[in-house]
Design a binder for this molecule. Structure first.
Ligand code: ADP
Length: 344
């Protein structure tokens, strides 16, 4: 089923950019007693958009997610989903959204079919309509042939697909997912993202997904990057990265990265950042800089790489510090050991 807003946009030939937003977050503030978790965040999500909320631990993603899914009322500001105010009209809003929380909500002792059957009842679906819909959605998530098996026998990736199916059963126009790939292996992560892209392209569902993984953020149409309750960047991954300009050079120090960085600064008058055993430099035409630096410090550099700016560079550029997490995911980003030590 095509959602109302997306269908309207298609009918009248409106592109995603100019159509009415499906989610509108307006000056949202949330405080837990004296701790500010959201500090005046505003952004819109457009129809049939795969929108990412990227931020390190503690940046406010879950708080925002809880407000959008009507589990919490903000201290001030507004969150609208398809025109419904999350605080004023939560029951209407809930019918417009499918929600996939981080914590498992499926019953492992029930079959895939039974899990969805019970979910359907919660939304007032029944009889042959519900049966058809359960079969349709199991096919959509590639598990039709496992319908009669208990969910506890499924892999982590398959269980997540059942969670996704539960969220989609009642044809929501908007799907909210909180770090949906937590605990999944790389193959299952890729599969899940492919499903999200298919949902956007074929069913015109708007998807908002929270993540702290850069490679997932790269797959989004647009991103809101959060830091300590503030929105620090908003745009497509390509737009955000293009702001940086130049290349990112990473040098593996043969001995001491701090002294190598110092020598490079003195000799070439460029800014450097030390990340563990590496020295990081942002530089126009990096490929021309590399031979000079290698020649200047023979035996000091073990390996060298030049790359285009990544999303992590956008975060550093906007906040002045690394995308740091208390519980770093080995797949997600480089962790500055020195910085970790300092924060302990
Ligand atoms: P994220 O999902 O990005 O990790 P959260 O929204 O969970 O961020 O947290 C944002 C801030 O709010 C953090 O400083 C966190 O410690 C704080 N926080 C979150 N939940 C609570 C709570 N129930 N009580 C007090 N502080 C909280």
């Amino acid at each position: 089923m095509v959602t109302k807003v997306a269908a309207l946009a298609e009918t009248v030939g409106v592109d995603r950019q100019s159509a009415e937003p499906v989610i509108s977050v307006q000056s949202l503030v949330h405080r837990y007693e004296d701790r500010t978790a959201l500090n005046g965040v505003s952004f819109d999500v457009r129809p049939a958009e795969l929108f990412g909320l990227l931020g390190p631990n503690g940046s406010g993603k879950t708080t925002l997610f809880r407000i959008l899914s009507t589990l919490m009322i903000p201290t001030s500001g507004r969150a609208l989903v398809m025109g419904c105010d999350a605080a004023q009209d939560p029951s209407t809003l809930r019918r417009q959204i499918g929600v996939v929380f981080q914590a498992q909500s499926i019953d492992p002792k029930l079959t895939a079919y039974e899990n969805l059957w019970h979910q359907g009842h919660l939304y007032g679906l029944k009889g042959s309509t519900l049966k058809r819909r359960v079969e349709e959605i199991l096919t959509r998530v590639g598990l039709a042939d496992r319908a009669k098996e208990r969910v506890e026998t499924f892999s982590g990736g398959m269980q997540r697909r059942i969670e996704l199916a539960k969220g989609l059963l009642h044809h929501p126009g908007v799907l909210l997912l909180d770090e949906p790939t937590t605990g999944l292996d790389p193959g299952a992560r890729r599969d899940l993202w492919q499903y999200l892209q298919i949902l956007r392209d074929e069913e015109h569902v708007s998807v908002l997904v929270t993540t702290h993984l850069m490679e997932e953020a790269e797959r989004c149409d647009r991103l809101a990057i959060m830091n300590e309750g503030n929105l620090v960047a908003l745009g497509t991954p390509a737009e955000l990265k293009s702001e940086i300009g130049g290349d990112v050079i990473l040098l593996d120090a043969a001995r001491d990265a701090d002294s190598l960085a110092q020598h490079i600064r003195n000799r070439f008058h460029v800014a450097t950042t030390v990340l563990g055993n590496q020295v990081r430099i942002e530089q126009e035409a990096g490929h021309r800089f590399v031979p000079d630096v290698v020649e200047a410090f023979p035996g000091e550099i073990q390996a060298i790489s030049v790359s285009k700016p990544a999303l992590e560079d956008v975060f550093i550029h906007r906040t002045g510090h690394k995308f740091w997490s208390e519980n770093p995911d080995p797949d997600s980003h480089v962790v500055d050991k020195k910085e970790k030590k300092k924060r302990r």
